[in-house]
Ligand binder design. Structure first.
Ligand code: PHE
Length: 356
């Protein structure tokens, strides 16, 4: 280092050998530097203010003019080389070990998004209307005893209305013979009985679930479909309450101003009974193919709980009354979503399901 200082033997100075060695040494050390800190130490040592190269450049003025230019050029070249080696090494170190290559021209990756089945969406939309009115959700088994599906609902064994429920019977011995044979429930009304057996009035429940009937499959029928049942029992429950609750429900589900009518009907488990129709949305009540030229579409059955049903669960029919209703979910989903064929719900065709 002192070589170029005043009083040194200038003649001894070679014009570049020491710089070649410096470059060699620095390059070797640089290749060993494995961290940002080590690079910084290296920079201070070989390019810092007190580095040999800096000293060499500072000492140029001491040299005889004829050596100055050549040595100066050589020192500068070495400095530039060291600087560019350093920055290459810095870049190599700061890049991740295995940098992923991104081909921005590739098409994006498709992440299929799951969603709720339109029937589930519809069940939830229905329940969402009743829950704020104080109804609680109850559920029951799909394989049911004859007793809950029929007898306790005032449908004795030889009652002709059993036939309207074309029921699937299960070919297994009944585990509780006094509750009759096993069957696939043909409506959710049996859950009314199961809940009333366990709970005292007042009560308000909604019961979503699958039901089964031996129906031939076509655009409007399926051997399996969904219902939402409702039941309210209290000391002063009247048909007016039933109309009020269902009127609210229809407006919430189908929109304000939805026209509805209660048409007298018969169910063994309610008296009086009615069916509820809404004005056909396709023709606004004028009559079209959707509503079979009637202008109205039936969407649920309802009525005041029959005293025999209350008796079957040990309620005093002189003290409490109730109303009940039951609706077909597929029918409602078809109306709300404009679906023409019930079979579409159960074919699991993604091109259909992805629309909702
Ligand atoms: N269970 C009846 C059906 O499946 C519907 C209903 C429920 C009617 C409750 C009246 C009261 O058709």
């Amino acid at each position: 280092m002192g070589l170029y200082r005043k009083g040194t033997a200038i003649e001894d100075i070679s014009l570049g050998d020491d710089l070649d060695r410096l470059l060699e040494e620095a390059t070797a050390l640089l290749n060993q530097a494995g961290s940002v800190q080590q690079l910084e130490q290296w920079r201070v040592k070989f390019l810092g203010r007190k580095s040999r190269i800096s000293e060499t450049l500072k000492g140029l003025s001491q040299l005889p003019p004829e050596q100055r230019a050549q040595r100066g050029k050589r020192a500068n070249d070495v400095k530039v080389t060291l600087e560019s080696q350093l920055s290459a090494r810095q870049q190599a170190l700061s890049a991740p070990a295995c940098q992923p290559r991104i081909d921005v021209t590739l098409p994006g990756r498709h992440h299929p998004q799951g969603r709720l089945h339109p029937i589930t969406q519809t069940v939830r939309a229905i329940l969402d209307v009743f829950i704020p009115m104080g109804f609680e959700i109850a559920q029951g088994p799909e394989m049911e005893f004859e007793y809950y599906n029929f007898d306790a609902l005032n449908i004795p064994p030889d009652h002709p209305s059993r036939e309207s429920f074309d029921t699937f019977f299960v070919d297994l011995p009944s585990p509780v013979p006094e509750k009759g044979r096993l069957l696939l429930r043909s409506h959710t009304s049996g859950v009314q009985i199961r809940v009333m057996e366990k709970h005292k009035p007042p009560l308000r429940i909604v019961v979503p679930g699958r039901v089964y009937r031996r129906d031939a499959v076509d655009a409007g029928h399926s051997f399996m479909f969904h219902q939402v049942e409702g039941l309210m029992v209290d000391t002063q429950t009247s048909f007016a309450d039933l109309k009020g609750v269902l009127g609210q429900f229809l407006e919430r589900l189908f929109g304000a101003g939805t026209q509805a009518r209660f048409r007298p009907h018969f169910f063994p488990f309610t008296e009086p009974s009615a069916e509820v129709d809404i004005a056909c949305r396709a023709c606004r009540g004028k009559g079209c193919s959707t509503c079979g030229r009637k202008g109205w579409i039936e969407i649920m059955g309802c009525g005041m709980v029959h005293p025999n049903v209350l008796k079957a669960v040990g309620y005093d029919s002189n003290k409490v009354q109730g109303f009940a209703f039951g609706m077909g979910v597929e029918r409602i989903a078809m109306l709300r979503l404009g679906i023409p064929d019930i079979r579409l719900f159960f074919e699991n065709d993604l091109r259909f399901l992805e629309q909702f």
